[in-house]
Write a protein that binds this ligand. Structure first.
Ligand code: NAD
Length: 248
């Protein structure tokens, strides 16, 4: 099937669905200049194993090294601007096609693009918190010190590190997935569990990803193209039509 027929199929599936959600991964933000983890050209991550560098064990073992390794890419996330994929998802929500976005990303770009209902299952970069007294502080604090201003304890970012338990947003995402008819999986290699298990809760799954994923054989539709292109084309096809969640 060629690209335009796949796009028509995507529009048809979204029109037929009464409950559509998106699940996004690092691939939705590569067009904003943030490297993902598992593309062939891994950029920032060529030299590191993310499961080691971004782990709770690494933070506890050597905080100085942990922050040296991570602050640079967090700063990249914080400086980045939304791209066509983020804007299109926000537009789909505004027009009532999408209930919301479940994202594995910590970069906050869905909210920057205007998405209102976002479940950040791996946390975010807006704040950090003390591992001893639990007080939260602004992320900027970490540029000065990784010790808590109140008690001197070790600060950690409000992201879910490898080895952490899952966030409240993850459990809320599981709840919102109940009865999901159509899940658009955008820019995720679907290799990080438990998030990679969420597609099992949807009646139908569409994969929008540059490379194959382990889910492709079970998906209703696979589009191996860039997220920005596919989602902006989808918005164009749907035009002024309104979806089931449209609020006047
Ligand atoms: P991943 O790196 O494992 O997979 C990304 C997938 O997106 C790849 O299969 C790649 O082919 C595809 N891709 C890349 N650019 C694309 C584009 N423009 N359009 C369509 N597809 C594209 O990412 P993951 O599955 O999200 O897992 C990595 C974990 O690392 C996530 O859980 C996330 O928390 C974290 N992470 C976050 C960010 C961020 O916040 N921006 C960046 C890197 C990693």
């Amino acid at each position: 099937m060629d690209y335009s027929r796949r796009l028509d199929k995507l529009a048809q599936l979204i029109r037929e669905s009464t409950k559509t959600l998106a699940l996004t991964g690092a691939g939705v933000s590569t067009e904003s200049g943030i490297p993902d983890f598992r593309s062939k050209e891994k950029g920032l991550w060529n030299r590191f194993d993310p499961e080691e560098v971004a782990s709770i064990g690494a933070l506890e073992r050597d905080p100085a090294e942990f922050y040296r390794n991570n602050l640079k890419w967090w700063e990249l996330c914080l400086q980045a601007q939304p791209n066509e994929a983020h804007r299109s998802l926000a537009q789909l929500e505004r027009k009532g096609w999408l209930l919301g976005v479940i994202t594995q990303n910590i970069d906050g770009l869905h909210q920057k693009a205007g998405s209102k209902r976002v479940w950040e299952v791996h946390g975010h970069l807006r704040t950090c918190r003390c591992m001893k007294c639990k007080k939260t502080d602004q992320m900027d604090r970490l540029k000065e010190s990784y010790h808590c201003a109140a008690c001197g304890g070790l600060l950690r970012p409000s992201v879910v590190l490898f080895g952490d338990s899952m966030s409240n947003d993850y459990y809320n995402a599981e709840k919102v997935m109940s009865g999901c008819q159509l899940l658009l999986v955008v820019g995720s290699s679907l290799q990080v569990y438990p998030v990679a298990g969420l597609p099992y809760m949807a009646r139908q799954v569409v994969i929008i990803n540059r490379q194959p994923t382990p889910w492709d054989s079970q998906a209703r539709l696979v589009i191996n193209q860039s997220a920005g292109l596919v989602l902006s084309d989808l918005v164009e096809i749907l035009g002024d039509e309104k979806g089931p969640y449209y609020e006047c």
